[in-house]
Write a protein that binds this ligand. Structure first.
Ligand code: HEC
Ligand code: HEC
Length: 320
């Protein structure tokens, strides 16, 4: 069995200490790196909420819809096949099937909509927000409003939010907003973090790993990953996600600086085109990616990122 396969097996069976051992990881001293922005957040005493366990899913038609929603969330490749265009799952980024706080949990999202989104300049319903994740994170097609797929996901999220207060921001919504790094983020330093802490699971070319036709570690870039329009393509979101959740089983083990750098590294790679592509990379960057947190339209090692179909032909553009 390869080292990678071994890591996959131990995750299920033994847990994080074994994962750490399997991938040769040692805990760095992060005692000096307590993020001040996160600490400040905690002092605001936001409303804490715990979603109900699956055992509380009611019997009958409504319960069946909730269960279908959870199945779609965990296995969109099976239960929402016609809408997905890559090998990712909702639960790859919204951990514990959308229950984990600080991992953009569905219960905290559910009570926060309808909400205005600058991404499309409109007040979005929860269903419309779900459509966005199909189009961008799943590199697929948005199910129609009122379709069974969206109703099921909405029912599941409604169930998870059972008893949650509305009108207050719940603690744990979204991913943590990390403080700015001490040094500007750098994909070159990120390459070193990636090789050391990520490649064993996600692969040298970010392609992820499968076993018996089943994805064990999801792709971080390339044709099977999220497209350029996705939230994870923003270095800011990716840094918060990674700090909070990665390496899997070792949350908050990277420093703030390492999290920014490795996020810059994965977000400076090739991936499927932004479906809002305007016919030129420059115009698309200007309209949708005009921020220092997006590498879309930037040239990295001589390669202009964001060209159509680039992900199919170029495995990676950065040093390993
Ligand atoms: C590649 C990672 C990724 C995948 C896969 C993914 N999402 Fe997301 N999702 C994100 C990111 C990043 C955000 C933005 C969080 C933010 O802006 O704070 C987000 C936001 C959301 C939100 C809004 C959260 C909020 O608090 O407003 C919902 C709802 C959502 N996703 C549902 C889904 C569903 C359903 C699927 C599967 C069909 C899915 N996501 C797949 C990364 C992902
Ligand atoms: C022990 C194996 C392991 C290691 C090491 C690891 N990951 Fe992951 N990663 C996973 C798994 C498994 C998931 C999906 C989680 C789930 O479905 O519950 C994931 C999900 C992700 C995702 C969201 C899904 C996607 O494909 O975009 C990102 C981004 C990510 N990891 C980045 C990283 C980075 C950066 C590192 C290194 C700092 C890292 N991971 C280290 C196993 C690992």
């Amino acid at each position: 069995m390869s080292k990678h396969m071994r890591a996959a097996v131990v995750i299920g069976v033994i847990g994080s200490a074994a994962i750490a051992a399997a991938i040769g990881w040692h805990k760095p001293d992060t005692s000096a790196a307590i993020p001040s922005a996160l600490a400040a957040d905690a002092s605001k005493k936001p409303v804490v909420f715990t979603p109900p366990p699956d055992s509380e899913i009611p019997k009958g038609k409504f319960g069946d819809m909730i269960k279908l929603g959870e199945n779609i969330f965990r296995h969109p490749d099976i239960y929402a096949k016609s809408y997905v265009g890559n090998h990712l799952r909702c639960s790859n980024c919204h951990l514990n099937a959308g229950r984990l706080a600080d991992s953009a949990p569905m219960w905290a999202a559910y009570v926060a909509y309808p909400a205005y989104r600058s991404k499309n300049g409109k007040v979005n319903s929860f269903e419309q927000r779900l459509q966005g994740c199909f189009r961008f994170s799943m590199n697929g097609t948005a199910p129609k409003l009122g379709s069974k797929t969206l109703i099921a996901l909405e029912s599941y999220s409604y169930f998870l939010a059972k008893g949650a207060p509305t009108g207050d921001k719940l603690a744990g919504r979204g991913y943590p907003k990390l403080p700015q790094p001490a040094l500007p983020f750098s994909y070159e330093r990120g390459a070193v973090v990636y090789a050391q802490h990520c490649a064993a699971c996600h692969g040298t070319n970010g392609e992820g790993q499968s076993s018996g036709g089943h994805v064990v570690f999801p792709a971080l870039w390339g044709p099977q990953s999220f497209n350029w329009g996705a939230g994870m393509g923003s270095i800011k979101n990716a840094a918060g996600f990674v700090y909070q959740n990665m390496p899997l089983g070792l949350p908050k083990s990277l420093t703030i600086q390492q999290s920014w750098d490795v996020a810059a590294y994965i977000d400076s790679q090739v991936r499927p085109e932004d479906p809002r592509y305007l016919g030129s990379v420059a115009a698309t960057r200007k309209k949708f990616h005009h921020t220092k947190f997006s590498m879309y339209g930037k040239t990295v090692n001589g390669v202009l990122l964001g060209q159509p179909d680039q992900a199919k032909s170029t495995p990676g553009v950065l040093p390993k």
